[in-house]
Design a protein around this ligand. Structure first.
Ligand code: GAL
Length: 971
């Protein structure tokens, strides 16, 4: 392929059958897929990607289907993403999530990614697909299935063993992706190979991934996301082997230090995306939109770290300074590390990420900021092709302008910001601005940490915008006139100049706006303060009429824009608009309301219905329709009562029958990690990859034993519990990722043997329960780290040379899954898990009753609690329910929470993390039916349980229909 010049033809019209567009609720915006479901030709040049020759600007939102195990909620989140001004979703595909065992793959139920891509196709969005094979993403193994630890050959290289393994994954995932490409009428626009694979690694491997994709029918541009060496994988680097077509940059300028949310302002730099290849558009592959909570401060702090101020400054700065036209924001919806999905070092159950859409699917102030920016970026076509331009000069050294312009239209985009990035002052100045329509002195002001993108010389529909000091949120031709939404900082002055061949008529419908017309230039200048929502109608003057809506950040937030076959509609007042259609004189919306209130609709229509219900409306002087909508019905959540309890861990008793457990007697392992003692006790080597594992070690006592010395690696937050002849000896913390350096004494525990517990010449049994918190990622391409074992790495008797013989037990079936619906990451090897105690329908009638959990004592070991509760939540309403535990988490024990058999959280002290609310996603939670909760409590010391309750994280009238997710019961 010719990579050297100009537009590179990367795809041809494919003839394969297009995915069905059935169920599409709206036509797509200009240039978006879905409008016509025919295949499109994808090309690109240094400015942008083009579809059938038309330039597009990609505003992408990263979300992970595997962190939301309820397919109908994928639609909910996707609709929220689309309504928030995004036209694209960026998706990792997690190999480990689909493959419990070498050669075994599952793409059904919560793993049905074909269904996910179909939804995206139908919604008229684009997708950037990122199947790895390595994805990082704070998932266990960085997306590598744990069975890969048993495959020879260094991962993320051309090693034959690894190649054969990943080829298997790509054999499965690539064909699914291929049939959803835009070239075949679908949504997949770009294909991302590997993840932050830095230079000087294995170029042949990088090339092989691409060759494999092409062989599997991938014909859209191949991209990659680079982290720390921007030159990687561009054709200009080295021989070009492994180079991708559009290299992208990952930028996390705010760092992950959520504890310092108040003071952080780009500790990791200004975050401007570099253009890596001169012939490809700038691509912000992962631009920071939240943070992992490394310091366990809670995700609200991460949301502050990456809040609207940060977004305004850094995103706008990046857009104009880099001129990129491909953006993707990591994360826009984070979701949940349910089951054993988490990589243990960096995250806990919640992957909320401080994102714009919370883990409980609620919209935040960050979402509003995305909407303001996304609507702007996707509505102004000249942005898709800009070059650096001469910026206006400012008479205030405190203010700096940076400009780009579209070479065809001349439209200018001027970034206005403080010269000193850190400045939080209130500065005014005058720009000397040579616009395409003449030279002007333009008064500007920047208050606090802010940045604006001002526009000049723009054909705003049928109007000519000369310049404005207000920012444009969006504009649309509705009913034969232009409706534009502009905004500025609350209580600051604003001015907008439009040009007319003749004096137009100006009617101020609302607010205080003055206007002057200069017949010499044709300039109509409007002056106003950004306050409330002013409305100005302009008619005559030789152009079609226009309605300008002039607001503030707050007053333009409630606007929604939706595309219909009859053109765009604007809606104001609901908490979300999901879709709109216009038929004849009627506009039909699907929308959510969090409270009763007014709805205003700008549409070529006289009648309105919302969620299928007619809404009484009256026309307004603004040419819109106004009506009232009800809010949600009150939600009552039941108290959790009727608990029953049962102590488990029979494995601790000396007489327990472990004859069917796997004998652990290996003396070698593929892991380069040296065991402290033999045999090798690494859980993975015996096929137990996730969750808890039990070990039972037998020996004949000599009577001279004084203590036990154990070593175990669990990953951060993990611990292990030890019994000898049924007597609990205590617990210790397991080794962590850093121990892969390697540490000769990982997760050490020395346990004194009480006098009289052992008798010389008699058999003794050691029982050890080890948590496996998940597998290290492979960010550093480091085989030692990647293959760091889980489980015991050593066991020795102090004071005696008696030999130990071992058996091991983990998740039921090991790699041969017994619960295919919930998949490989849901369960580990607790006795209760192996015997169905976590499942709905388990016969717990003989278990002891407990009135309330609060204050209930738990003894060291494992104890289960179960209850059921009925819900009858209002229908046609979306209530996000969570299970709330006491704060702060207890030091002595931790709780594994199962809802209808799905493991949805790990709560507790001892470094488990700060989380006390655990989202129970609809679909897993039966909103109108009976639910089963099971809590497995592992106590390292005697302690007391706290209160547990159901709470609502938010409720709206509206939502999407959610069908129950298949959740097999106890049989
Ligand atoms: C990036 C990586 C992502 C994720 C992110 C931090 O470097 O590509 O997968 O790990 O950091 O959340």
């Amino acid at each position: 392929m010719n990579r050297a010049f100009g537009a590179v033809l990367v795809a041809i019209l494919a003839t394969a059958s297009a995915p069905s567009a059935a169920g599409a609720t709206r036509a797509a915006p200009d240039g978006a897929p879905g409008a016509a479901r025919a295949g499109q030709v994808v090309t690109y040049d240094q400015h942008s990607v083009m579809l059938d020759g038309r330039r597009i600007l990609v505003q992408g939102a990263e979300m992970h289907y595997f962190r939301l195990p309820s397919p109908d909620l994928w639609r909910d989140v996707l609709e929220k993403i689309r309504a928030g001004g995004f036209n694209t979703v960026s998706l990792y595909f997690d190999w480990a999530y689909h493959s419990p065992k070498r050669g075994v793959y599952d793409f059904t139920g919560v793993r049905d990614v074909d269904r996910l891509l179909r939804m995206i196709d139908e919604m008229g969005m684009w997708a950037i697909v990122r199947p790895g094979p390595y994805i990082n993403a704070e998932t266990t193994g960085g997306g590598f299935p744990a069975w890969l630890k048993l495959v020879p050959g260094k991962a993320r290289t051309s090693a034959p063993g690894y190649t054969a393994a990943y080829t298997e994954w790509l054999d499965h995932i690539n064909p699914i992706i291929a049939r959803h490409q835009v070239t075949r009428g679908g949504s997949v626009l770009m294909y991302n190979v590997e993840n932050e694979y830095q230079a000087n690694t294995d170029a042949a491997y990088m090339q092989a991934l691409q060759d494999k994709a092409r062989a599997d029918g991938i014909d859209v541009p191949i991209v990659t996301n680079v982290c720390c060496d921007a030159g990687s994988w561009a054709s200009t680097w080295g021989s070009g082997l492994g180079a991708v077509q559009i290299p992208g940059v990952d930028d996390y300028p705010q760092s992950f230090d959520c504890a310092n949310a108040e003071t952080a302002w780009g500790p990791w730099g200004e975050g401007v995306t570099e253009r890596i290849r001169p012939d490809a558009p700038g691509y912000a592959a992962e631009y920071q939109a939240g943070a992992i909570d490394l310091g366990d401060t809670g995700y609200e702090r991460c949301r502050e770290l990456t809040g609207p101020e940060y977004m305004r400054f850094f995103y706008k700065n990046n857009a104009i300074t880099s001129g990129s036209t491909l953006f993707s924001y990591y994360m826009t919806f984070g979701g949940t590390n349910w089951g054993w999905l988490a990589q243990p070092n960096d995250v806990y159950t919640s992957y909320d990420y401080g994102a714009a859409i919370t883990e409980g699917r609620q919209l935040t102030a960050k979402y509003d900021e995305f909407k303001r920016q996304g609507y702007f970026l996707t509505a102004l076509a000249p942005l898709a092709k800009t070059d650096p331009a001469t910026a206006p000069t400012s008479d205030s050294p405190a203010l700096t302008a940076v400009a780009r312009s579209n070479p065809d239209t001349g439209t200018q985009f001027v970034l206005l910001r403080h010269t000193d990035r850190a400045a939080a002052s209130d500065d005014s100045g005058v720009l000397d601005w040579s616009t395409p329509d003449g030279r002007y002195r333009v008064p500007v002001r920047v208050v606090g940490k802010d940045a604006k993108i001002l526009v000049a010389g723009y054909d705003l529909g049928g109007q000519r915008l000369v310049w404005s000091t207000s920012e444009i949120m969006t504009h649309a031709a509705i009913g034969g006139r232009d409706v534009a939404v502009l905004y500025g900082t609350e209580a600051t002055g604003g001015a907008t100049v439009l040009r007319y061949p003749a004096r137009p008529r100006v009617r101020v419908l609302d607010g205080e706006v003055t206007s002057t017309y200069d017949p010499a230039t044709g300039d109509l200048r409007l002056d106003y303060r950004h306050e409330g929502l002013a409305r100005v109608e302009i008619s005559g003057g030789g152009r079609r009429s226009a309605l300008l809506l002039l607001g503030t950040h707050a007053t333009v937030s409630p606007f929604w824009r939706m595309e219909t076959d009859a053109g765009p509609v604007l809606v104001r007042g609901t908490s979300l608009v999901r879709s709109a259609t216009v038929t004849g004189a009627a506009v039909r919306l699907r929308a959510d309301t969090a409270a009763p209130g007014q709805i205003e609709v700008f549409a070529p229509a006289r009648r309105l219905s919302v969620n299928g219900q007619p809404v009484g409306v009256r026309p307004t002087p603004s040419g819109s329709l106004v009506g009232r909508l009800p809010g949600p019905d009150r939600v009552r959540l039941p108290r959790l009562t009727g608990w029953r309890t049962q102590v488990e861990a029979p494995e601790a008793a000396p007489g327990f029958d472990d004859s069917r457990w796997v004998v652990a007697d290996k003396t070698t392992s593929l892991s380069p990690y040296q065991p402290n003692t033999l045999p090798v006790l690494y859980a993975d080597d015996y096929g137990y990859h996730y969750g808890n594992v039990w070990y039972r070690g037998r020996f004949t006592a000599t009577g001279t034993e004084t203590a036990l010395k154990l070593n175990a690696i669990t990953g951060r937050r993990g611990s292990y519990l030890v019994w000898l002849n049924g007597r609990y000896l205590g617990a210790a913390r397991g080794g962590v990722e850093d121990d892969s350096v390697p540490n000769p004494d990982p997760g050490p525990g020395t346990f004194a043997i009480p006098d009289g517990l052992l008798t010389a010449g008699k058999p003794a049994v050691l029982s050890v329960l080890v948590e496996n918190m998940g597998h290290n990622d492979d960010w550093t391409v480091d085989d030692v780290r990647m293959r760091q074992p889980r489980g015991l790495t050593g066991a020795a008797l102090i004071g005696s040379g008696a030999a130990l013989s071992w058996r091991i037990q983990g998740a039921r079936g090991g790699e041969d899954l017994t619960d295919r619906a919930r998949g490989p990451l849901n369960n580990g090897g607790l006795y209760g898990e192996r015997h169905g105690w976590s499942l709905p329908g388990y016969p717990d009638g003989s278990w002891r009753r407990v009135g309330s959990l609060a204050g209930t004592p738990v003894a060291p070991g494992v104890t289960w609690y179960r209850t059921t509760f009925g819900l009858d939540l209002p229908r046609g309403q979306d209530t996000s329910v969570a299970l709330r535990f006491a704060e702060p988490p207890p030091a002595g024990h931790r709780v594994m929470l199962f809802l209808n058999g799905w493991q949805l959280g790990l709560y507790g002290g001892g470094g488990m993390g700060p989380q006390t609310d655990f989202v129970l996603p609809a679909g897993l939670l039966r909103h109108n039916g009976t639910n089963t909760l099971a809590l497995a409590v592992t106590a390292r010391e005697a302690s007391e349980l706290g209160a547990v309750s159901l709470v609502s994280l938010g409720t709206q009238r509206g939502g999407v229909p959610v069908l129950p997710v298949h959740s097999p019961a106890f049989r």
